[in-house]
Structures are given as C-alpha cells and as structure tokens.
Design a protein around this ligand. Sequence first.
Ligand code: GLN
Length: 306
Amino acid sequence: MKELLEQAIELGKEEIPLGEVASYIPELANADVKKIGIAIQDMQGNMETCGDVDNEFTMQSIVKVAIYALALEDLGLRRVLEKVGVKPSADAFNSIVKLEDDSNHRPLNPFINAGAIMCTAILKGSIDKRRHRVIELLQKLFNRDNVQIDIDTYLSEKATGDRNRALAYMMKGTGIMDSDIDVEKVLDLYFQLCSVKVTVKDLANMAAVLANDGVSPITGEQILSLKVNRVVLTVMFTCGLYDYSGEFAVRVALPAKSGVGGGILAASKGKYGIAVANPALDIHGNSIAGVRMLEYISDKLDLETF
Ligand code: GLN
C-alpha cells in the first residue's frame, strides 16, 4: 500500500503546475503549493499515509458534508428536500444564476454554496448550539477532540464573502429561506465552519466512517444513521465536485467531496476511506493533483463503484 501511495504522490506532483491556489479568499492564497499528502483507512481502522500528512489546511466545502448530514438527522430527508434540492449543477460552486430555476427557488444541491448556507439556516438550535453540534460531529468523524477553526481564514472569508452574502439574501428574498432567519448570523457560522482546520488523516477518518455505513471503524460508534449516510454518499457521488462531478464520476467512480483548501475525501463502500490534499486547484475549484491521485488509487485498488 505504501508504494501505491508513493506512486500516487509522484503522479499528483506532475499535475501541480497545471493548477492554481485559490485566491478569492485572500488567506487561502498563502497556501504552500508544494504540500501534498494522502491518507487511507480500511474498515478495521488501520491507516496508511504518505507525503505531508500533518500539514493543516481548512475544510472549506468538505464541511458541507457534515452540515448536510446534520440537517438530515435534524429534519429528515423529506423536509430537507423541501428546502434544498439534489440536482447536479453545470455551474460553479458559488453560482448565483440557478436559484430561480426551481419552482420554489430551492438551491440546487447541498454542496454548492447556496445549498450549504441553506442547510446551515435550517439546523436545529441557536447559532451557538449549531456550531457546537457541527464541531462535535466533526470531532467524532475525525476521532479526535480538539477540532479548531482557523481564525485568519474565517475573518478573510467573512471580509470577502459578498457573493455568499448575495446568495443568502437572494434566498431570503425569494422566500425559500424563512423571513425570520438572521442571515448574517447564519453566514457567520458558515464562514467559521468552512475554516475548520484539518489534515488528510482527519479526512481519511471521516471518509472511512462514510464508507462503513456511518459507523466508526475505530470506536464502532454509529455516528451517522444508515439512512443519512446513504443519502450523503449519493449526493456526494452526483454533486460532490460541483460542475466537475460527472467527469470525476467516470474517472474515479467514488462518492467524494472537495474543498478549495485543496482537500478531497472519497469513500469506497466497505473498503476504504481516502483523503488527498494539495492546494493547486483546477478551474472548478477541485485539487488538480488530488483528482489525479484518487483516479490512480481507485484504479489500482479496483475501487470503482460500477
Ligand atoms: N468557503 C468557501 C466559499 O464559500 C467554500 C467554497 C469551496 O470550498 N468550494 O466560497
């Protein structure tokens, strides 16, 4: 396995010059483009790693998986579907154009920004309680108890988040977001959650839970219910890499979720949780080396879903 991961890293490195570090959130532009890592965990909880495995980066859109899962646990699929669709998008993750498409103006899916902001808005409890609950869920998914928010990234997101602000106010304007929701507070929480610091080891732990029907391979705890886990994986497969999801599905063929911090996690049901990271992104906002590494690993370990 170690050799396979080393090979994957070598292939990933070739892709780095073809990508670019995210710059629309100023703090992300400081990422070291040379940092590259992989972690893979099996269903017995054994982990193999390679590269810069202790390098920290922010979750960004990968946190949308936890927010969506919690919304589903809180409200159930039927009620969440009334507020957030599951339609793959041919537009960018921060696209503003498609909100009007749907008859009741639902955001297309929970993994584009509009959908994740909506999920944040419908979670149960006060904003503080929601933050606490998402962090608590992440701690279980990562199997560690000191999960933290990167304050500089959070403040940078908040200072430059006008596009997300526009999405949220538009959803309130169309009525799909309830009129009594405090948009600024919801956005503030969304920016904080995008700024959670992780390593590939954390994300491999999380991916392994998703691959193992919502059960931690390490502690045996059922962290996500079977039903929620199934829905989350399905939407990851169809929408996890934004408008690149279709091509990713044929190249890698695993449910996955990317973030503009450069991380991608992928789940191979009953086999492995995999996480890769490098901050050079393709035009869709996915780690370009990360996609290549996952393609190689999925092929060599014969993990393709179909
Ligand atoms: N925090 C980022 C944003 O809202 C998340 C986007 C992403 O990772 N695609 O723009």
